[in-house]
Design a protein around this ligand. Structure first.
Ligand code: GLU
Length: 449
């Protein structure tokens, strides 16, 4: 059977380094095995979900190269959820509860004072017809819980190993709210069945959800008459914390993908390379193609403890990646840039957004920086005749040295400052043949050119 995984974001905010990591791991896991990656938009919360965030998620995923082979949107599937709900009610697995929010809160508080976890006490299961009528008469709205069967629920987790829960220690999960809207659980499990998921990879915070979801998978598969239903495999990845070790937030690492792109000037490959190895002993690889990352990806490489994410590591990785990108990979982004120009500026790049600045040294206009005008004018006269080539810088500086006696930094720096207007930059020997001869002479004479 082909491996099928999904990334299931809720379109209630922008993707950031924390939540996109789950997408990266799922994508790598699928591609490594020749499987299928599904993007599922979890937009049943119609109030908080927006079309703008959905489009933004899709744009960010595309930019990152995390393309999807299949796509689903939960808001297209309400009729399916309604059917599953009705069947669960008919079979007695979904039951109405009438506790109000404050009543449930009190139960939770009481449990916490007693030092116990809150487990719903099933006071509404089964509920007599009279009790139900009385509760309704009080104006209460029913929410709906899924009745767990007692016993052990266990699975072999790809990230955590053997994992087991006792159903008696879990609350029956609420699947439908008082206003009739669906919680994520019913929709997610039904989608995972209908979309044929074989592997479900998500954060460790979903581990106990999985225990209850396994029973729901079984109940829904039975309703659908899927006698040969294969439970998906699960992997619950340790949660990432921020650079300071605390819960991931905007200030310590959960930077949005669009800010990293627009303000950070990062390559998509940098982000994907970083996240696909975060939490493994391997360290990020400066690769030139996303396929290299998936080919060597292994979910078993991830450790059991949650890694820290330090976004400061992204810029140096980006520099390494950019400095080995082939001309063909970047040419479409810079109109008219020649292979020789790329070769000249590439070793100096930290990010591709700086390409324009470096190209401007070649094409101008450059405002020359000149301290000693006589020296610069003399140097202009000594510029080798004919077409400049890879030897010209050496020939030229030897000539200027012989004429003026300047050497070392005192020789090279005034020439660099006059010709490029910058104290640093690509090697002059490489740069010189790329600059128009008349521009070099104009700049040495103190003109903007
Ligand atoms: N929409 C859910 C979330 O973002 C998906 C969780 C899952 O992968 O099942 O938490």
């Amino acid at each position: 059977m082909t491996l099928r995984v999904r990334f299931a974001p809720s379109p209630t905010g922008w993707l950031h380094l924390g939540n996109i990591r789950t997408a990266v791991i799922n994508w790598m896991h699928a591609k490594q095995a020749g499987g299928t990656f599904v993007l599922r938009i979890d937009d049943t919360d119609l109030e908080r979900s927006t079309d703008e965030f959905r489009a933004g998620i899709e744009e960010d995923m595309t930019w990152l190269g995390l393309t999807w082979d299949d796509y689903a949107k939960q808001s297209d599937r309400f009729a399916e959820y309604d059917k599953a709900r009705d069947n669960l009610i008919a079979s007695g697995r979904l039951y109405a509860c009438y506790e109000t929010g404050p009543e449930l809160e009190l139960m939770r508080k009481t449990a916490s004072i007693q030092g116990k976890p809150f487990i719903y006490n099933r006071s509404a299961y089964p509920l007599s017809a009279e009790d139900e009528a009385r509760l309704k008469a009080e104006g209460r709205e029913a929410h709906w819980r899924f009745a767990l069967k007692p016993g052990e629920i266990k699975w072999h987790d790809l990230a955590r190993g053997e994992t087991s829960f006792l159903a008696e220690n879990l609350s029956d999960p609420v699947l439908i709210r008082g206003d009739g809207s669906y919680l994520y659980t019913l929709c997610s499990v039904l989608d995972d069945i209908d979309l044929g998921m074989t592997d479900i990879i998500r954060g460790e915070d979903h581990t106990s959800n999985t225990a209850t979801q396994i029973q729901l998978f079984e109940a829904l598969a039975e309703q659908k008459g899927l006698g040969d239903f294969q439970m998906p495999r699960f992997a619950h990845m340790p949660l990432v914390s921020g650079a300071d070790g605390s819960k991931l937030s905007k200030s310590n690492g959960a930077l949005s993908i669009r800010d990293l792109r627009d303000e950070g000037g990062l390559e998509p490959l940098t982000i994907v390379a970083f996240l696909s190895r975060l939490g493994t002993p391997d360290g990020p690889q400066p690769v030139s193609d996303i396929g290299e990352l998936s080919a060597t990806f292994g979910i078993e490489r991830f450790g059991r403890s949650g890694p820290r994410m330090d976004p400061d590591e992204l810029a140096p990785l980006n520099g390494k990646i950019v400095r080995q990108l082939p001309y063909e990979a970047v040419t479409s982004r810079f109109d008219g840039m020649t292979p020789a120009q790329w070769a000249a500026i590439q070793p100096n790049l930290e990010r591709l957004s700086d390409v324009g600045d470096w190209l401007a040294l070649i094409d101008g206009p450059v405002t020359p920086e000149i301290e000693d005008a006589d020296f610069a004018i003399k140097a202009a006269e000594l510029l080798p005749d004919g077409e400049l080539d890879g030897d010209s810088w050496k020939v030229w500086t030897d000539a200027v040295k012989a004429e003026t006696g300047a050497k070392g930094k005192a020789l090279f720096m005034p020439l660099r400052l006059a010709v490029t207007g910058q104290p640093r930059g690509p090697e002059m020997a490489v740069l010189l043949p790329l600059i128009d001869r008349t521009k070099i002479i104009a700049r040495l004479n103190g003109n903007v050119a």
